[in-house]
Design a protein around this ligand. Structure first.
Ligand code: CA
Length: 233
């Protein structure tokens, strides 16, 4: 596991590096978003610890860039009291966040949990504070379980379609297997002859069809499952 720590505070970054290396991680550091981009472009980074406060750009724009590039998991380091940081971070696709100041053991626990999630997806999370998921053209309201087009037109979803959509939205750019989708829908394992997930997906795609030329946000990954690719705003 190769971790990139993006933090301009040398003391913090050195502390984290020393600690994680002792825990068996390979650790690189970057002091600016520019450094981060260069290191990520070089490949081989498995997970990124990203501070919000950086000298050249803020962590949010760094996170947007990372999400446009791919799906390297990101743990954000946020300022201590601002829950808004957490919400923005999760909406932009951070995998987890840690308010500063933090314990190194807590950071390690977050890394382990992100690794677990990346390696093996759990059942869909309960709505934890977040109320709406947005992607181009659409808003999913988690409180009312309602899908609404951006022009305000509601779209009725079945419970299964809703669960599938939320699971996909929460893990953009990741392959979600039929097994995981079936578990999300019905809490059971997928049988090779069970096509019901595909039926739900096809209905969902039809409902998400727009009259512009945008490709469907739900892509088929041949032989594996599906991937949510929300496209550009
Ligand atoms: Ca900083």
């Amino acid at each position: 596991m190769h971790v990139l720590v993006v933090e301009d505070d040398g003391a913090v970054s050195k502390l984290v590096k020393t600690y994680l290396e002792r825990e068996g991680y390979a650790v690189s550091t970057a002091e600016t978003v520019r450094d981060m981009r260069r290191t990520v472009a070089g490949g081989e980074i498995d997970i990124i610890i990203l501070d919000v406060g950086l000298p050249d750009e803020d962590g949010w724009s760094a996170l947007r860039w990372l999400r446009a590039q791919g799906d390297i998991p990101v743990v954000m380091l946020t300022s201590e009291s601002e829950t808004v940081d957490r919400i923005i971070g999760l909406e932009l696709g951070a995998d987890d966040y840690l308010p500063k100041p933090f314990d190194l053991s807590e950071l390690l626990a977050r890394l382990h949990s992100v690794q677990r999630r990346v390696e093996q997806l759990p059942a869909p999370a309960q709505p934890g504070g977040e109320e709406k998921i947005r992607f181009p053209g659409w808003i999913v309201d988690l409180a009312t379980q309602q899908l609404t087009a951006e022009n305000g037109q509601p779209v009725r979803l079945t419970q299964a379609e809703y669960r599938i959509l939320v699971l996909l939205c929460r893990h953009p750019h990741q392959v979600i297997t039929r097994d995981q989708l079936t578990e999300a829908v019905a809490g059971r394992s997928w049988q090779p002859f069970d096509r019901s997930v595909d039926v739900h997906i096809s209905n969902l795609r039809r409902k998400l069809m727009r009259n512009d030329k945008l490709p469907s946000p739900i892509r088929t990954v041949r032989g594996s499952g599906y991937m949510f690719v929300p496209g550009r705003e």
